[in-house]
Design a protein around this ligand. Sequence first.
Ligand SMILES: Nc1ncnc2c1ncn2[C@@H]1O[C@H](COP(=O)(O)OP(=O)(O)O)[C@@H](O)[C@H]1O
Ligand SMILES: [Mg+2]
Length: 400
Amino acid sequence: MNSHIQKLYNIALKPDRLVIGLMSGTSFDGLDVALCKIKGSGTETKVEIVKFETAAYLPEFKEELKTIFSRRDADLEKVCLLNEWVAIKHAAMINACLEKWGYKKDDIDLIASHGQTIYHAPKFLHGREKFPNATLQIGDGDHIAVNTGIITISDFRQKHIAAGGEGAPLAVYGDHLLFSKKGENRIMLNIGGIANFTFLPGDLDGSKIFSTDVGPGNTMMDAFIQKHFPGKYFDEGSAIAKKGKVNNDLLALLKDNTFFIADFPKTIGPELFNLSYLQIAIEKSATGSLTPEDIMATLNRFSADTIADAIKRCAAPGEDYSIYVSGGGMHNPLLMENIKSQLSEMKFYTTDDLHILPDAKEAVLFALLANECICGEKINVGKGRNKIPSVTMGKISFPD
Ligand SMILES: Nc1ncnc2c1ncn2[C@@H]1O[C@H](COP(=O)(O)OP(=O)(O)O)[C@@H](O)[C@H]1O
Ligand SMILES: [Mg+2]
């Protein structure tokens, strides 16, 4: 038997494991590195975040990624080169974290690597009948395994698509395992580049669980800031949006897209919600004379309204709901204020209230998927309904 198979077998039998979960979304702010102690598997899973850091992406790294990210005209050689380079950089970030935290490679059982999404093309977006839903994450798992010396599980999204999903949101599996709670209707809202939520019904009826993207979280605000405020990457503390005034004509055109009407669950990315999308809305609404501050105020409201509308749509009359927020958007005060004011009857928390650091949540959820891949069963949420196939996700890379 290959000694790595024996090692995996031993890892699977351990009562608890140290798993590094990695996540980098469409915001390119950095690589979230969550060192998790995971006990058990399936609905018995217990997770503790031992260490967490967002390893910031350097400007050069961001600029290289931007040359191919969500671009239909990307240079194919560049895509090929970055597949390796991103992995090598990610491995270096992991090694730096381990050194800083005082861990050696042999202390760590598994790495769970999401990779860097460069294109997300559900059928809704590409519209080409003969092609399936598709998504592409780069930063190859073999390179991470070789450069860290740690068994790496990666590329989780392909199995989801192969089994009938759109490759996203995968948060539903971990959300269900960790956070489903009898007697409480929970909405796990993550506001990253794109905003998504998982609905976990308090009656624990699996057929009601679903997870969906709802539209832009930070992505359009970030793209606008990066273009119009050189040197800035995002609207820290909503400082710029707070100086502007929402323009209702522009807002109405931003909301005028069939994506917002389509049934749940659905997924989307900056391939749709980008600066060209904004430009078309500006032209159609004849709002070309707005100040950058007004546009930012409007983009902020656009994200808030579409998030709040989606949550309202999923809520049944007479029921109580608790919303648990995570992701970088929760640090944008105007965005949160705009969301909360429209959902005043709901209770707001962050995942901190459930003992999971909000900024680390998505990385932790990938650590859980790797844990299930090696030690669990196929995760069964609602018997494959609501585009949540019951599958084992992730590809296994050995270090040598
Ligand atoms: N203090 C802050 N003020 C406003 N926005 C913030 C703040 N901190 C983070 N953000 C937003 O959160 C984004 C990062 O969110 P994150 O959850 O890491 O997204 P992703 O999963 O796409 O990487 C930033 O690009 C920024 O838009
Ligand atoms: Mg991020």
